[in-house]
Design a protein. Structure first.
Length: 370
């Protein structure tokens, strides 16, 4: 290609509501700019647009009404996307999510451009899945668990490309004594960290029950929970009822979680269902042993007995037992952490993720891959 080809990315959200937006931003930033020029569409101003513009990515705002609110405004949005595709000479439309694909797929069809539907959620949208599948040239899923949403599709049409992390940004580091002191922790306290949204399927009620179970055996364990969500107040009350308020620390959302991950002796993910589990590869990249539930895409990341322990979802006692074992066996935890780092470098690096996506772009444009 003699000049960079424009790729029009469309985000479901204007704010960063989860790992999907983080992965999208990292992909756009990491593209080979000698080959590809990212252009971004957001439904409204917010953190996604700000971070994209800070990275010198051209960004436009086009409202994307909810699927259930289809109206003349929806047609105007499709028309606006069609104009931007032509204005930017976008060769491919890359839609990050269902709503983005509904609008982007239609606009790409009118502009006679291929559309990629990037699916990061395992839950089906029913008949809409089949309609958007037909609009897409390819579907990218971020895990085999998510690919099961399309069991009726063809293997060639659905491509599994796991999320990746920057292994330089997320790399092993010594824990900060200042950060530890800010949490009121002594040098002798053991620290368990979890990162996620406080919503039902993330399983934080189980995690809090596990804190109380382990506390009866070991009072020197502190639990640091990074995140926020609709259940936060309920979880704080549960922690207080369990008598764990002095040992469970709610940190809220954090843009940079590396200092907190560095404190962890063990990282825990208690989800009842996980589409992928981005925070797992972030923790593993920092050489943290993990305990996670065997739900959704998690077993694609964590190898039981090699990089961590997998337990059945919904069993706080088993969660507590696995965490306690790693806290008692520093050698095993260290070996798990070192193995996890190697797994991320080999299978879940940002460079590998970008390579696979760019290869798909080349495939759609008819360019031979090297």
């Amino acid at each position: 290609m003699s000049r960079p080809q424009s790729i029009l990315f469309i985000s479901n959200h204007g704010d960063i509501v989860g790992g999907g937006e983080i992965s999208l931003l990292q992909l756009m930033r990491a593209l080979d700019r000698s080959q590809w020029k990212p252009v971004l569409i957001v439904p409204h101003e917010g953190a996604v647009a700000k971070e994209a513009r800070d990275s010198e990515i051209s960004t436009f705002v086009v409202p994307l009404p909810a699927v259930s609110e289809a109206s003349m405004a929806s047609l105007s949005s499709v028309r606006a996307l069609w104009r931007i595709i032509n204005q930017e000479d976008a060769q491919i439309v890359h839609a990050n999510g269902t709503r983005a694909m509904m609008y982007g797929g239609l606009a790409a069809k009118f502009a006679r451009r291929p559309a990629i539907w990037h699916v990061r959620v395992a839950d089906s949208d029913g008949w809409l899945d089949r309609a958007l599948y037909q609009l897409s040239a390819k579907v990218i899923v971020n895990s085999e668990a998510v690919s099961r949403r399309f069991t009726w599709g063809t293997a060639d049409h659905v491509r599994c490309i796991h999320n990746g992390v920057d292994t330089v940004w997320f790399s092993p580091r010594r824990p900060s004594s200042k950060h530890r002191a800010a949490l009121g922790l002594s040098e002798c306290d053991r620290v368990v960290v979890s990162v996620g949204r406080f919503v039902a399927y993330k399983g934080y009620e189980d995690l809090l029950d596990a804190t109380a179970i382990l506390h009866r055996q070991d009072t020197g364990v502190h639990w640091v929970l990074v995140g926020d969500g609709e259940l936060r107040s309920d979880l704080v009350r549960q922690s207080e009822k369990l008598g764990m308020s002095h040992h469970v620390h709610f940190m809220g959302w954090m843009e940079d979680i590396r200092e907190t991950l560095a404190l962890a002796d063990v990282f825990v993910l208690p989800s009842h269902g996980e589409h992928f589990g981005r925070v797992l590869i972030e923790a593993m990249a920092m050489e943290k042993a993990v305990v996670a539930t065997d739900a959704g895409g998690v077993p694609e990341i964590v190898s039981h007995g090699e990089t961590g322990w997998l337990v059945e979802a919904g069993h706080p006692d088993r969660l507590a037992q696995a965490v306690g074992r790693l806290l008692c066996d520093g050698t095993e935890a260290r070996q798990f952490g070192e193995s996890g780092r190697r797994v991320v470098e080999n299978r879940f690096s940002l460079q590998g993720h970008v390579h696979h996506v760019q290869s798909l772009y080349q495939e759609l444009m008819g360019v031979c891959c090297e």
